[in-house]
Design a protein around this ligand. Structure first.
Ligand SMILES: Nc1ncnc2c1ncn2[C@@H]1O[C@H](COP(=O)(O)OP(=O)(O)OP(=O)(O)O)[C@@H](O)[C@H]1O
Ligand SMILES: [Mg+2]
Length: 283
């Protein structure tokens, strides 16, 4: 079952002089087992939207359906919030700021324990999650605070994976990492997708969007202004939504306009472009 967002409004600090209408009638649908992106300028409502998906924020108006769960401001509809938060979990921006336990394994086990696992089970889930983010046994007893930025972020992501969510929402997972750290984190996210999780990625990085997202949603001032594939977005994008078109896409498009038989919908990274150029040379 998909995620359905129906005519969603969210207002911060309503009826105060500084009330902000962060979402203004957003309607969208996200298919099961998909990898999608939520884009938009700063302040457009991305983080607000994702927090309504597992009832961290309750909509001012409208409804969110996530599989069998419903989030709305109607009293008896938000049942099973805990199960919903296990089903759809959010990795917030700079999640490493929320590390607090004295060892890596305790930190990662914390969420799993919170969602009902006993101590032993939680530790087992923590160890599995740490292995899946590429941190072996030698990390388990270390303090999270002595790790590098990229390692800390892996620990924080492992903490969410240990909850075993089916839908993983990541808010700017590569922000502040060096290129190698960013690539590693995205490879991990891609692997989670291949293991069967749905991925919702909030990002300002259009190279990531091109490479990974099957579909994107663009917000502007709290409203949905575009939905479609990344190539559709980049084809007519820039001026409409302040989206920076990836250099690779621009370059591939130029080659196409100069008569090379480039299939722009199949360009996700440099390797794809090289492959198509090779195919063309050999034909
Ligand atoms: N806790 C809050 N209290 C009051 N207003 C808020 C709060 N959080 C966000 N807002 C406002 O709601 C609007 C949407 O914010 P939101 O954080 O959802 O944007 P965003 O698209 O995630 O931006 P960014 O790309 O900078 O993360 C903005 O105008 C913001 O100032
Ligand atoms: Mg945000």
């Amino acid at each position: 079952m998909p995620i359905q967002v129906n005519n969603l409004f969210y207002t911060y600090l309503p009826k105060s002089p500084i009330q902000t209408e962060a979402l203004r009638g957003v309607t969208l649908e996200i298919e099961s087992h998909s990898f999608c992106g939520i884009l938009g300028q700063t302040g457009s409502g991305k983080s607000t939207l994702i927090q309504t998906l597992n009832a961290l924020l309750i909509p001012t108006q409208g409804e969110v359906h996530v599989d069998d769960f419903i989030v709305s401001n109607k009293k008896n509809k938000n049942k099973k919030i805990k199960q919903l938060r296990k089903h759809l979990a959010i990795v917030f921006q700079f999640p490493e700021y929320q590390l607090f336990e004295e060892t890596v394994e305790k930190d990662v086990a914390f969420g799993a324990k919170n969602f009902g696992a006993n101590k032993e089970e939680a530790l087992k889930k923590a160890h599995q999650a740490l292995n899946s983010v590429g941190l072996d046994e030698s990390y388990f007893k270390r303090s999270p605070f002595e790790l590098s930025g990229g390692e800390k972020r892996r620990v924080a992501i492992a903490g969410i994976l240990a909850i075993e969510p089916d839908i993983l929402v990541l808010d700017e997972p590569t922000a502040g990492l060096d290129p190698k750290g960013a690539t590693d984190i995205m490879s991990l996210v891609e692997e989670m997708y291949h293991q069967g999780k749905s991925i919702i990625l909030v990002t300002h990085d259009m190279d990531l969007v091109l490479k990974y997202c099957q579909k994107v949603f663009v917000l502007k001032e709290g409203q949905l202004v575009f939905e479609g594939t990344p190539s559709d977005l980049f084809k007519d994008g820039e001026s409409n939504f302040s989206i920076e078109i990836p250099f690779l896409f621009q370059y591939a498009n130029k080659l196409k306009n100069h008569g090379l038989p480039i299939d722009i919908n199949r360009i996700k990274d440099t390797q794809d472009l090289i492959k198509q150029i090779k195919e063309w040379k050999q034909s």
